[in-house]
Design a protein around this ligand. Structure first.
Ligand code: NAP
Ligand code: MG
Length: 405
């Protein structure tokens, strides 16, 4: 069998711990055996980030912007423990944060649905994709501890008219307390709205957006208004694609999400998206079955598994003990990138390969061939499970059978 030719480059980022082990196996047995693809590889493993003063992460982000499609292995975000463990020269920032800040993107988290895993929320039949605005708000807030009675104000001074400042009283403290200031920008919210609408069109799914505009009449309402304005430019395309945009008050949305069958994208502000994406992940069942994609307003896509580097399994692996780590989300990161590359290059055989690999994985799980994390989630539940390696070997055998007959 000759390999399928991929026209343009995919940016590949290697990572850490157990996901690095899985990554190399996937690449060798499931990808490079079938695709003739030019990978531009950046090693984001913590040692290499440390050796390069984290320049490798910035280089990778620039490469994704240039080539438009990237696929990333999970990476360690070092805490103090990791600084000692890896003898780091610095507590390097989260690579995902660095790449996100550079690409100014929105993260969409999508669960992988299989027939024999019933979500904890039993009405959910189709994926719910959470789109989280990844700029500003709580993650760039300023906070102050108020130690004793006093007045606090919010103040704005225009650069062009320093004499023309505005302020509002925040609160008059008669006892100790706390305050916080949030910000966002029109440009970032517009980009967020446009990215969500483009993604809804590419996935052919309805788009929901929710904030608390009844209470926050300036801040939250501004998000709602910008979404409405941006949607003006998408109205016709949504109609043509047969999909809808809905604004819902966030409390209403939460209730409707639980009662829904799924099958929509739920756009949320930064903090709401952080919390609700974990809620939706738990509702669907397993972190090992959750993928994520960063979509930038300039049209670059970066795919990865939503879970971390599965440290506990890695330490077992290092001791030589058998492990049973679920590689599905990492495989779907690869298929997401390969499918997107094929779509952008207009090479249907590449898109088809991604479809076949995904079908192979889903079929195996539906036959009850799973890693340990899924044994108690699938119906009927089973006790037999695959090791990290045997699960991947079975996928490789079945993929080969499908592609080579
Ligand atoms: P984690 O890798 O998400 O794993 C937490 C636990 O969830 C695992 O111990 C395991 O449970 C279960 N799990 C997650 N993924 C699994 C999979 N594919 N197959 C089977 N079980 C899975 O989080 P962590 O171990 O707490 O964090 C390790 C490192 O990941 C941290 O250094 C953190 O910075 C990093 N991280 C990176 C990313 C990213 O790059 N996107 C995201 C989150 C965290 P059991 O132990 O019960 O088997
Ligand atoms: Mg979270």
């Amino acid at each position: 069998m000759s390999k399928i030719k991929v026209k343009n480059t995919i940016v590949e980022m290697n990572g850490d711990e157990m996901t690095r082990i899985i990554w190399n196996l996937i690449k060798k047995t499931l990808i490079l055996s079938y695709l003739d693809v030019k990978l531009e590889t950046y090693d984001l493993g913590l040692d290499h980030r440390n050796e390069t003063g984290d320049q490798v992460t910035i280089d990778a982000a620039q490469a994704i912007k240039k080539h438009k499609v990237g696929v990333k292995c999970s990476t360690i975000t070092p805490d103090e423990g990791r600084v000692k463990e890896y003898q780091l020269t610095k507590q390097w920032k989260s690579p995902n944060g660095t790449i996100r800040n550079y690409l100014k993107g929105t993260i969409f988290r999508k669960p992988i649905i299989v027939k024999n895993i019933r979500p904890h929320v039993c009405g959910w039949k189709k994926p719910i994709i959470v789109g989280r605005h990844a700029f500003g708000d709580l993650y760039r807030s300023q906070e102050l501890r108020i130690p004793e009675p006093g007045v606090t104000t919010l103040c704005y001074t225009p650069n062009s008219r320093p004499d023309w400042s505005q302020s509002v009283k925040l609160f008059e403290f008669s006892q100790p307390g706390i305050i916080m200031g949030l910000h966002n920008t029109d440009k970032s919210i517009q980009d967020f709205a446009a990215t969500c609408m483009n993604y809804a069109l590419s996935e052919k799914m309805d788009l929901w957006f929710s904030v608390k505009d009844t209470i926050s009449k300036t801040y939250h309402r501004h998000f709602k208004q910008i979404f409405a304005e941006v949607f003006e430019g998408y109205h016709a395309r949504f109609e043509e694609a047969g999909i809808n945009y809905r604004y819902l008050l966030i409390d209403d949305a939460v209730a409707q999400v639980i009662k829904s069958k799924g099958g929509f994208i739920w756009a949320l502000r930064n903090y709401d998206g952080d919390v609700m994406s974990d809620m939706v992940a738990a509702g669907f069942g397993s972190l090992g079955m959750m993928t994520s994609v960063l979509v930038s307003p300039t049209g670059a896509f970066e795919y990865e598994a939503a879970h971390g580097t599965v440290k506990r399994h890695f330490y077992e692996y290092k001791k030589g003990n058998p492990t049973s780590t679920n590689s599905v989300a990492s495989i779907f990161a690869w298929t997401g990138a390969i499918r997107k590359r094929g779509e952008l290059d207009e090479t249907p055989d590449v898109v088809h390969f991604a479809d076949v690999l995904e079908e192979t994985v889903i079929d195996l799980i539906e036959q009850g061939v799973v890693t340990k994390d899924l044994t108690h989630l699938i119906q009927p539940s089973i006790t037999k499970y695959e090791t990290t390696e045997s699960f991947l070997e079975k996928i490789a055998t079945n993929l080969d059978r499908r592609l080579n007959g």
